[in-house]
Design a protein around this ligand. Structure first.
Ligand code: FMN
Length: 414
């Protein structure tokens, strides 16, 4: 089965659940491999009260035995500690009319910027709790768990995924600084590797909080060590850039995605934005070739090209703010103020960790499509055979050309 995952669970329900399909047998996998990222997702300057209540950690329910995967679906449970306070409101059992009335009053003040209003209309609900419990970003804990499995698989093949924040509100550093420093971004509590910019970001968050407001920002996810040829140009469904874009855009509150220099390339001439191909002089690159730059973010023709994959994502400001926004009470039709539950004032550092998970899942899926095998031993053979074919040739395509050959590709303009 294709590598993929599903999640289930409500924000204040008993637990979040992840079911990961298509994990090859024999992969070493421990609770710590996954919990590490769950803890990283909970951190970040600007998070709200919920993170003080929850201590996220997984329990394996299936698919892992004695520290290795079985080739069966990997199922993980993350308990919601806060459920104890929500049982009356969230119980799956039928509730008697009028019983525990205080807790079961329908919520009828839809919040702008959330799924509330359209969700009630679509599913014929008169209580927006039925919408907000599932549309909440609490669901992304389950995604980060799936990402932990994907990352563990990719790490067997030297693929490492990191992220960093380069903008919160008006405070920013260069995107390149974030790309270069992504591996150490966890040292900063806004996950920005430029200490000066990080201080400005924290000051912006403090100011927004004082004004009872909230902020968004931009982050980058960098995947290093991808072999060339993940994804494909032959069918639109297989294009890796399209899959990555869909995956990161599915994260709550993401409003834009770009690869490498992104939209900026549209403002330049071609000679200023392409990543030229040159012989590699000191072993970098793949198959004796390297690039003069990585402006296109490691993706050409819907495939990895051997350079780091660089995915940049823009997050909108948190919608639920203390300065409550206008809405209409759906039980009366009267103008009112939006419903408010505990909220973050900035979640960009956490969103970057979720971005890593989604990028990891897509890369694992395409990696297994290319090298497909139901167990780690065969997967490694297939990967090594491909890498052997690429090495020792010119660009992985021909046996080394005699020196002094013209080097003509034989391709005309298209
Ligand atoms: C890590 C993370 C934490 C979030 N925390 C909040 C929050 O505390 N309050 C809020 O209103 N929105 C929060 N959001 C954003 C909402 O979940 C999101 O805006 C909402 O589900 C509507 O989806 P959309 O913005 O993609 O249209 C968070 C998003 C992420 C990724």
């Amino acid at each position: 089965m294709r590598f993929s995952f599903s999640t289930a669970g409500e924000s204040h329900g008993p637990a979040e659940v992840t079911l990961v399909h298509g994990v090859p047998a024999g992969l070493p996998l421990t609770v710590e491999d996954v919990d590490r990222d769950l803890a990283r997702r909970q951190k970040g300057y600007g998070r709200g009260g919920r993170q003080k209540i929850e201590r996220d950690g997984i329990e394996f329910i299936g698919g892992v035995r004695h520290g290795r995967t079985l080739g069966a679906p990997v199922s993980m449970l993350i308990r919601n500690q806060d459920y104890a306070n929500w049982e009356a409101r969230m119980t799956p059992d039928p509730v008697e009319e009028g019983k525990d009335g205080k807790h079961n009053q329908p919520v009828t003040l839809p919040r702008p910027g959330h799924a509330d209003l359209a969700g009630m209309q679509k599913y014929a609900f008169d209580d927006l709790r039925n919408v907000l419990e599932r549309s909440s970003a609490r669901e992304t804990t389950a995604r980060v768990a799936a990402g932990g499995v994907a990352k563990r698989l990719l790490s067997e093949f030297g693929i490492e995924i990191h992220s960093a924040v380069y903008r919160i509100g008006g405070a920013a550093t260069e995107k390149q600084t974030a790309v270069a420093g992504a591996a150490t971004a966890d040292e900063s509590d806004v996950r920005c590797p430029d200490p000066e910019a990080a201080e400005k970001m924290k000051a912006e968050i403090d100011a927004a909080r004082r004004d009872r407001d909230a902020l968004g920002g931009e982050f980058v996810v960098v995947a290093r060590g991808c072999p060339p040829g993940l994804g494909s140009y032959v069918d639109w469904r297989d294009k890796l850039d399209a899959k990555l874009a869909a995956a990161v855009m599915s994260i709550n509150a993401m409003k834009g995605v770009e690869f490498g220099d992104g939209f900026d390339v549209a403002r330049h001439r071609s000679s200023e934005v392409q990543d030229e191909i040159v012989p590699s002089e000191n072993g970098e690159g793949v198959a004796g070739l390297t690039r003069t730059s990585n402006r296109l973010g490691g993706l050409e023709g819907g495939m990895t090209n051997g350079e780091p994959v660089v995915v940049c994502v823009a997050m909108k400001p948190i919608s639920t703010i203390a300065k409550a926004l206008q809405t209409v009470d759906l039980s009366t039709g009267e103008p009112s103020r939006a419903f408010r539950e505990r909220a973050d004032s900035c979640a960009v550092p956490a969103a970057a960790v979720i971005g890593e998970a989604m990028v990891a899942v897509v890369l694992a899926e395409t990696f297994l499509e290319k090298f497909g095998a139901d167990n780690l031993t065969d997967l490694r053979s297939s990967y090594e055979s491909y890498m052997r074919r690429l090495q020792g040739t010119v660009g992985g395509v021909r046996s080394a050309a005699p020196s002094g050959s013209s080097g003509s590709s034989g391709f005309g303009p298209s």
